[in-house]
Write a protein that binds this ligand. Structure first.
Ligand SMILES: [Fe+2]
Length: 326
């Protein structure tokens, strides 16, 4: 049986689940207990998991929903179509300067697939090769951000929608401004976008969404991929989005996970943002992850021709789209 502890430092979201094993996910009651904990906390950090194998990584992920399957043989872990491997790679992911340091595998705060209407619900990530330095994963919670938001800001975002799009130029996005970020070199994952822009039409999402499991509202804003607020002038729109980015990703509200071998982290990709802090250029880091499908769209496409997950949400990250960054 596992134990449940607060994050360190404690946050208004997240929990550490220590010592889970296959015996803890056998019955419907056990599985519901874990789903309820996830719905409450948004982020679960599994530590000291007993007999951790790739099979258990997949089995534990399945407790929380249907898993997306991948077709790229070269990325699969031990042939599991639901478990992919990825490495920090300056060629593939690009090179960024962050507060004066050159990093690969860097991705500022975002929600995966926010540039299409039907994003995945979550994922379970495990790091199997730790870098000497860096490699943290940051998290902030939209429920926490919404519930502690000043009433005036709540009023200003109510009923508003934001336009998101996958683009080749990072400078278009309305990032957090509390750190200095500069694109040194775009990764090869952007080649497909540059060559096929018609496949990447914009999508729009409400700034406030209600969670189906708990009825709680969350701030639904992904600074990365965000372009504008519908119905506001460019100046008003930029001002509001930068204000939201700074507010939502405030390090005082964030949890930065420092990985230890054997950790697995499950997060809700709808209600939360995550950041890949990256590693100093040349450092090695390898991760493995599963992807939990979303049950329904929470945004809407604004253009025709975008690629999307088919129903059921499985087996549809096809060859052509395999290099698209999430
Ligand atoms: Fe991501």
């Amino acid at each position: 049986m596992y134990t449940i502890e607060p994050l360190s430092p404690p946050r208004n979201f997240g929990a550490i689940v220590r010592g889970i094993s296959a015996a803890d996910i056998e019955t419907p009651e056990q599985r519901k207990q874990l789903r309820d904990l996830w719905a409450d906390r948004g982020l679960l950090v599994f530590k000291d998991t007993q007999n951790l194998t790739t099979e258990f990584h997949v089995a534990l992920s399945r407790v929380f929903g249907d898993l997306q399957r991948y077709h790229q043989e070269n990325m699969l872990v031990d042939g599991h179509p639901e478990l992919i491997s990825f490495r920090a790679d300056g060629e593939r992911d690009g090179v960024y300067e962050v507060d004066g340091e050159l990093r690969s595998g860097f991705f500022p705060f975002h929600s995966d697939f926010r540039w299409m209407d039907h994003p995945n619900r979550g994922g379970v990530l495990r790091i199997v090769q730790l870098p000497e330095k860096g490699g943290d994963t940051g998290f902030v919670d939209g429920v926490d951000a919404y519930e502690s938001m000043p009433e005036d800001l709540k009023r200003r975002i109510e009923g508003r929608e934001v336009v998101y799009q996958m683009m080749t130029d990072d400078r278009a996005f309305k990032f957090e401004r509390w750190r200095k970020m500069r694109t040194i070199r775009l990764g090869s994952t952007r080649d497909h976008i540059r060559d096929n822009p018609e496949k990447y039409p914009p999508a729009a999402y409400p700034l406030v969404i209600t969670l189906p499991e708990t009825g709680r509202k969350f701030l639904s804003y992904s600074p990365y991929f965000a372009l504008s607020v519908i119905g506001l002038s460019p100046e008003e729109s930029d001002a509001l989005l930068f204000e939201l980015a700074d507010y939502y990703t405030d390090p005082k509200r964030a949890y930065f996970h420092k990985w230890e071998l054997g950790d697995m982290v499950l997060w809700d990709n709808w209600r939360m943002l995550h950041s890949a802090e990256g590693v100093p250029l040349g450092e090695e880091r390898e991760g493995q992850r599963t992807t939990i499908a979303g049950a329904y769209p929470i945004g809407r496409m604004l253009g025709e021709g975008g690629w999307k997950f088919e129903q059921p949400l499985q087996a549809n990250l096809d060859e052509e789209n395999s290099t698209v960054p999430a």
